[in-house]
Design a protein around this ligand. Structure first.
Ligand code: GLA
Length: 398
């Protein structure tokens, strides 16, 4: 049973994905499915530390046109990536084969469905996105969730958004091999228009927090700096905080996650931790205060308070967690110095990609012009800008 299609946010892209499908595979797709990308307002690198995060799904994302096949072939195409992938169901391995590039995210979800539900049909799919790729806005989670929903609906599996989130997160950890937390897949799967999603990652509970009125616009600032080796550095951070947590547990007190310690605990174990792990643990333990302030500000409509939490979060991720770069620091510093900007920070894992600024409603163009000119003068690269809105979760759109 497939759902009745809803209005797509980007009908032009939907049309291109469907047209390419017909061109490649000689027939119309069975349907087209969409899942959103996300930005994270505050709670940087807290998900895999058992803390809280506050992402929101955006109105940009990934579209997948798909159809099942009965001959055991899998054929995957992308509007933006030249790599075409053709293989047979029996050739999908339990972990990613690097030759499959972008298509690994689709194959990873397919593999998890095979493991959990025991189904392994062939299929063909064309994907296209309007969320910037590999730049901190979870294009990969959006691809996983959209492909997962397509496979679920075409096979009548009835996966709920929460099932898609769990399955895609597992694909990312086990199939792709990135030790990411749950935030991206949950934000994409559970997004609700006009709301942010507060996730308590220790016990994996969540609530939607309404964004009242039009208190701010979200301006995305794309540094255009590629996130080379981001996965390697990301996994390194995960190893560091795992070690910091082990030391605190063994020598200070037994708490289930690093985010739930106080900074005083970190100081008490400073000698054993050493300077690098002290910095990592200082970010994690103090970020919990910043997310509490950010959530408080959002609930009260006090955008200035939310904005201060964002900017403070950025500098903690830059100085203590060391996942920023000169380009992102400059975007944040320049934007947050303006009186029409409430706050700014990098979004996603860091190491390049995008930053966001919370700006006064309607101020996006002025901020973009000013920050863009200064960025180009310093780095010789024109950054990308766009104003985003909190969008709804995954759905069939064609
Ligand atoms: C990446 C990961 C998420 C999260 C963020 C940092 O996007 O996939 O799980 O850890 O970085 O907040």
């Amino acid at each position: 049973m497939t759902a009745t299609p809803e209005e797509p946010a980007n009908p032009e892209l939907l049309g291109r994905v469907a047209d390419r499908f017909a061109e490649e595979f000689g027939a119309a797709p069975e349907g087209v499915w969409f899942a959103p990308g996300r930005i994270n307002l505050v709670g940087a690198h807290l998900d895999y530390n058992g803390g809280d995060v506050l992402p929101l799904a955006v109105d940009l994302g990934v579209y997948c046109a798909a159809r099942l096949r009965s001959d055991g072939a899998i054929r995957l195409r992308s509007l933006d990536q030249p790599l075409a992938v053709d293989l047979r169901v029996e050739d999908v391995r339990p972990t990613q084969d690097p030759v499959h590039g972008w298509a690994s995210y689709v194959l990873g979800v397919w593999e998890e469905i095979r493991e959990v539900y025991g189904t392994a049909p062939g299929f063909e799919m064309v994907v296209g996105g309007d969320v910037p790729m590999a730049s901190g806005m979870s294009s990969s989670a959006a691809l996983e969730i959209a492909a997962g929903l397509a496979l679920s609906e075409m096979q009548g599996l009835g996966l709920r958004p929460i099932d898609l989130a769990r399955l895609s997160h597992k694909a990312e950890n086990d199939y792709i091999g990135v030790k990411c937390g749950i935030m991206d897949q949950y934000a994409s799967a559970l997004g609700r228009a006009g709301h942010a999603l507060l996730i308590h990652c220790l016990d994996i509970t969540y609530e939607h927090v309404e964004i009242h009125g039009s208190g701010f616009d979200v301006l995305v600032m794309d540094s255009k700096k590629p996130r080379t080796l981001a996965a390697t550095y990301f996994n390194q951070r995960v190893d560091e905080v795992t070690e910091a947590h082990r030391i605190l547990r063994d020598h200070v007190r037994d708490l289930p996650a690093l985010a739930h310690f106080e900074f005083a605990d970190v100081l008490a174990a400073a000698d054993r931790l050493g300077p690098t792990l002290v910095k990592r643990a200082r970010h994690v333990t103090t970020e919990m205060g910043r997310i509490a302030a950010g959530v408080h500000g959002l609930r009260k409509g006090d955008i200035a308070e939310l904005g201060r939490a964002l900017t403070a979060s950025h500098w903690s991720t830059s100085v203590d967690y060391e996942v920023s770069c000169d380009e992102l620091d400059m975007l944040v510093e320049t934007a947050s110095a303006r009186s029409d900007v409430f706050g700014a920070r990098l979004t996603g894992a860091g190491f390049g990609g995008c930053a966001i600024a919370l700006v006064e409603p309607g101020a996006g163009d002025a901020v973009a012009a000013d920050v863009g000119a200064k960025y180009q003068a310093r780095f010789g690269v024109e950054p990308g800008f766009m104003v985003l809105h909190a969008g709804a979760g995954p759905r069939r759109v064609g």
